[in-house]
Design a protein around this ligand. Sequence first.
Ligand SMILES: [Zn+2]
Length: 301
Amino acid sequence: MRVALGIDIGGTNTKMAIVNDQGQPLKQSTFPTRSTIPFSDYADEVFSEAMKLSAGYELYGVGVGAPNANSATGEIVQPVNLGWKLAPLVKDFTDRFKTDVFLENDANVAALGEKVWGLGKESDHFIVVTLGTGIGTGIISHGQLISGPTGMAGEGGHITIYPGGRPCNCGGFGHLECYASVRGLKLHVQEQTNKDLKFSEISTEFKKGNPDILRAVQLAAHDLGMGLAQMQTLFNPDLFVLAGGVSTLGANFRAMVEAGLNESSYGPFKNSSKVLLSPISTEHGAVTGAASLVFWKKPLL
Ligand SMILES: [Zn+2]
């Protein structure tokens, strides 16, 4: 059976999985990303872990999702949460794995995962929005991933929705991810309740119908809708897919975001884009997305 190895390099953990051509993870492992060590030492760790995981499988290719990945050069460039200044990932991994290695930005592989195995199978114009600690966006337009000359296209989390608003981790102000990421939602909750709640507590209270939390989630959903409306005016997508973190609040949250979008939409676009929750579980989304890169770039004959 031909399988892909998907690797998600996160600031805290590196996740990898053997994924079949139907998008099902067959074996998985997680270990801490030690980005304080030189990149080649980290690559040693990845390779030895991958060899254990892939024993007995024919590896069709390796797909990697990482922050600040330059898909054109195959390098990770000055990632905010990782210690390496420049990591020549594709060259290093190709030497070790002796198979095709593909690298893309983490939010872009989430979009490919939807295109290959998820809700995007039926659409050539959609945007995936990952609502984790920050917000990432991956754009599929005319059936193609929009990556730009350096692979950085689609940084929708840094669209300004409130000029001069909350400070963003990037140094800017009033960006979408300050209002609708997990961190942004927590700030809304803090403003409504004066309490510093964990996301899991917010989620439980939301599902119980706690009115203060409901109000905070409504504000976050409204703000997200404003951001989606800006993306909509540029790309005219027929679908937005919400994934990860805040999207696990579920159906009521989804409906609030769709209402927020339609409220902010430019006239001709009102009610033109569906908002759906990703069917790919948050736990597996990043690695299956990374693995989808292999089958996308190298379709099975
Ligand atoms: Zn920002």
